[in-house]
Design a binder for this molecule. Structure first.
Ligand SMILES: [Zn+2]
Ligand SMILES: [Zn+2]
Length: 328
């Protein structure tokens, strides 16, 4: 089923024509719980991976504050929590099992296998940037925190799906994930949708950002119960008119809690472009939730920082240059 972002309440580029040349296309991915196969675009689904290609691992180092748990413990915990929520209640042994999923195990001595995060076929994602001769983007990560950004460490793989022969049937699982399991996505199918975005206010010239805030404060006063206070109204452009939240390809960065910094390629110094944005929530109850999903609550298992986004950038001069990642 298609997913449709509700129309914005103002065509902001018509009100502020200076914004028009800054419009960028983003493809919202709209991940929803499902059972994707290796032939599908997915979040947290199985990857089309050649049997003879080594599975990537992370050698760390990993900050060792809390003991890690296993992916199986996180899945067991989620199942028991779901049963508790659905009103069946938990038996005493189930409550004990739930408790035990938090205990943790000693850090594994070897490298940690990476975990599939996203697999995107170019046929599904209009305008997906990709190296010539490839049609498939695969993103994996080590589901632990890494200094200095306190985020998972991602790996980006491009390949030609036609050149993958025999498939790896049972990829290894990471031995260690964070105690809360917040980097272990549930398998999701995607419902890509193209939208237009404009820069977050922090990326605009200050004078323009101020004029937009003045305008939204006047224009939307008393029109939306979620935006009552003048400060909330002044943030209306940030919240509702510029950058779509959640999982997406391309578009603009959701700069909100940190000052925007120009993401420069470490190899050639050119300005990098947003590739994939990983959201904390598939649905957030905001005015950006698709009309088809009104009232739907779905937890796909990801939490970046305090409900932030993790954004991967690529170098448009060369796909061989390492990507950058940032929390926003
Ligand atoms: Zn790692
Ligand atoms: Zn570069």
């Amino acid at each position: 089923m298609a997913r449709t972002t509700p129309p914005r309440r103002a065509d902001i580029a018509a009100v502020f024509p200076e914004l028009a040349p800054l419009a960028r296309r983003a493809v919202r991915l709209h991940p929803r719980l499902g059972a994707p196969t290796v032939r599908d675009s997915s979040v947290g689904g199985p990857l089309l991976w050649p049997a003879d290609e080594p599975w990537p691992v992370c050698e760390g180092p990993h900050p060792k504050d809390d003991l890690p748990v296993s992916p199986a413990a996180v899945r067991l915990r989620r199942g028991l929590q779901e049963a508790a929520r659905s009103g069946e209640g938990l038996t005493a042994p189930e409550r004990a099992a739930l408790e035990a999923t938090h205990t943790g195990h000693p850090w594994s001595p070897g490298p940690n296998a990476l975990l599939p995060v996203a697999q995107l076929y170019a046929r599904d994602i209009p305008g997906l940037p990709h190296p010539e001769g490839t049609d498939l983007l695969q993103v994996l990560w080590c589901p632990l925190n890494h200094d200095p950004q306190w985020m998972p460490a991602a790996k980006v793989v491009w390949r030609s799906s036609a050149e993958v022969g025999e498939l790896l049937v049972e990829p290894p699982l990471p031995a260690d994930v964070t105690q809360y399991g917040e980097y272990l996505p549930e398998p999701c199918v995607l419902h890509p949708e193209v939208v237009d975005e404009y820069p977050a206010p922090l990326e605009l010239e200050r004078d323009l950002a101020e004029r937009i805030a003045d305008w939204t404060e006047r224009e939307f006063a008393g029109t939306d119960p979620r935006y009552l206070h003048p400060e909330e109204l002044r943030a209306y452009y940030q919240s509702e008119l510029s950058v779509a939240p959640g999982w997406k390809v391309g578009g603009w960065g959701p700069w909100s809690f940190s000052d925007p910094s120009v993401m420069r390629c470490a190899t050639c110094e050119c300005v990098m472009s947003p590739l994939l944005t990983i959201g904390s929530d598939a649905l957030d109850g905001s005015g950006w939730d698709p009309v088809e999903d009104r009232g739907l609550a779905e937890d796909i298992g990801i939490l970046i920082g305090r409900s932030y986004h993790m954004q991967l950038y690529y170098c448009s001069a060369s796909f061989d240059h390492p990507h950058l990642e940032n929390m926003q």
